[in-house]
Design a protein around this ligand. Structure first.
Ligand code: CTP
Length: 132
């Protein structure tokens, strides 16, 4: 059985989120998803408190047919630990992170796959559309 792992905030869940999870699941037999905690999202590149709190974001992701398990991601530095804890064989993430996680190949012996983003939709765009 091949286990895949992917990560994200999945705030204001949209079609791009659905597609990356479906495409990730197509690369493995079991998909585990690390959903960024509210605090971690604040510390990440965008420095934004998610609109939707962690419990609700995680509940939405967990209910999807293509997702087998969800856990809380607390910090970037623990990526390798999460991969080991969940026995992941393949790490999948959107191409906006291209190259950023190549180090995991050597550190955990995991396959690293960057998938193209779904064009035309993002949480950032949704927020700015609602604001304007
Ligand atoms: N993603 C994607 N296509 C999109 C938007 C997101 O494939 N149009 C992927 C990202 O590459 C990442 C995952 O979905 O692997 C979770 O992304 P996240 O950062 O939670 O969503 P974004 O919409 O990119 O949020 P933001 O606008 O805040 O960056």
């Amino acid at each position: 059985m091949k286990t895949g792992i992917t990560f994200g905030t999945f705030d204001m869940f949209h079609y791009g989120h659905l597609r990356i999870l479906q495409r990730s699941r197509a690369l493995c037999d079991r998909l585990v998803v690390g959903v960024a905690s509210d605090e971690f999202n604040m510390r990440k590149d965008k420095h934004r408190v998610p609109v939707v709190p962690w419990e609700q974001r995680a509940a939405i992701v967990a209910e999807l047919k293509c997702v087998d398990e969800v856990f809380k991601e607390d910090c970037e530095e623990k990526k390798a630990d999460y991969i080991r804890e969940h026995g992941a064989d393949v790490f999948i993430i959107g191409a906006d992170y291209e190259g950023r996680f190549d180090w995991l190949k050597e550190k955990c012996g995991v396959e690293v796959v960057y998938l193209p983003r779904t064009p035309g939709v993002s949480t950032t765009d949704l927020i700015s559309k609602i604001k304007s």
